[in-house]
Design a protein around this ligand. Structure first.
Ligand code: ADP
Ligand code: MG
Length: 326
């Protein structure tokens, strides 16, 4: 971006470096990794109209852009260290930048992570973040560790469930209707997801496999099953649903919970012998967890419905390049 670029960076994206030896302003940032730790690295790109609506508050966008990246670190059990920010902006909009950076830095501060660099250019509104974290050697949670007989767990807000973000999207699309208070609750789930970083760290050495829910339970569980070469049985009755969602017609509930997307909760497997340890990890992280099914040797995903019948579930999660994706 020609004029104003450095001004903009200095005004909105420069804070004193604490952990970094060199932060924003030079050609590279310098970080001193903790001796003996492995680096965990993840990137996510958010494009207006595809990953967020143009009506979203700038502050919520700043929060969510960092939250979805921290969620990936959480899924690996990594502790966050620092992040970089790639911004394409249609124009220099001070009010947008003030709100965006406020949301971004509030979460950064809460998670004790600092912005160490990035790039800024003119273009359609796009936000890319790369997060760096660290994890002891061999302790990272991965998608390929699930074993037949493991319990399947999902995290969720204490009074909530999964699928709320998708329900909010359906309301925005005019496909569902909610009373004001319920809409506020599910809209919050969509716009202000809380990355489960503390839970990920607490699950080191406890969970066999983990993934964060970004593209919907069925799709993301599918990744774990494929990587681990196993199958799973989900108990519909055990899948945590918020009050607003459980008041919806069953087909909409199924869509939101199984194919929803944007949950940013952790889905993980752990041996039956670790049930107390899982509950302890959840309590430490002040988040709720529900046991939603089990890993089985037989490939594929099955759902047991409340009447006891079991049916295969083949619906995919959200795939940005699938023909019906939009
Ligand atoms: P270079 O041309 O050497 O790549 P830039 O001119 O792109 O550097 O950026 C100048 C400095 O500002 C660099 O330290 C870069 O990391 C930082 N920076 C650029 N954009 C951002 C941003 N959106 N957030 C944080 N730091 C940024
Ligand atoms: Mg540059």
């Amino acid at each position: 971006m020609p004029c104003g670029e450095f001004d903009l960076i200095a005004r909105h994206f420069t804070r004193p470096a604490r952990r970094a030896l060199l932060g924003v302003g030079d050609d590279c940032a310098l970080l001193a990794p903790t001796a003996g730790m492995q680096l965990a690295v993840s990137s996510d790109l958010l494009v207006e109209g595809r990953h967020f609506l143009s009506t979203v508050a700038p502050q919520a966008l700043g929060h969510k852009a960092l939250a979805v990246n921290l969620s990936d670190l959480a899924a690996c059990g990594a502790s966050p260290l620092a992040f970089t920010l790639m911004l394409a902006l249609p124009r220099v909009d001070e009010e947008f930048l003030r709100g965006f950076s406020a949301g971004l830095f509030a979460l950064a501060q809460a998670q004790d992570i600092e912005l160490i660099g990035g790039d800024t250019t003119a273009g359609p509104l796009t936000v890319g973040i790369t997060v760096l974290g660290e994890v002891p050697p061999g302790a990272a949670l991965r998608r390929d560790g699930a074993r037949s007989g493991d319990d399947l767990w999902v995290s969720h807000p204490p009074a909530g469930g999964i699928g709320d973000a998708r329900l909010a999207l359906e309301v925005f699309r005019g496909q569902a209707h909610l009373p004001g208070e319920a809409f506020t609750q599910v809209r919050r789930a969509m716009e202000w997801p809380e990355p489960r970083v503390a839970l990920g760290v607490a699950l080191r050495g406890v969970a066999h496999a983990a993934i964060d829910l970004s593209d919907g339970l069925a799709g993301d569980l599918g990744h774990v099953l494929a990587s681990s070469r196993v199958g799973a049985l989900l108990e519909w009755a055990a899948l945590p649903r918020s009050r607003p969602l459980s008041a919806q017609p069953l087909p909409l509930q199924k869509l939101c919970v199984l194919a929803g997307g944007d949950d940013y909760e952790l889905l993980f497997s752990a041996p039956v012998s670790a049930r107390a340890a899982v509950q302890h990890a959840a309590a430490q992280a002040a988040v709720a967890v529900s046991r939603i099914g089990e890993i089985q040797g037989e490939a594929g995903m099955r759902v047991r419905w409340p009447e006891g019948d079991v049916s295969p579930w083949t619906a995919r999660g959200f795939d940005h390049f699938a023909s019906d994706a939009r």
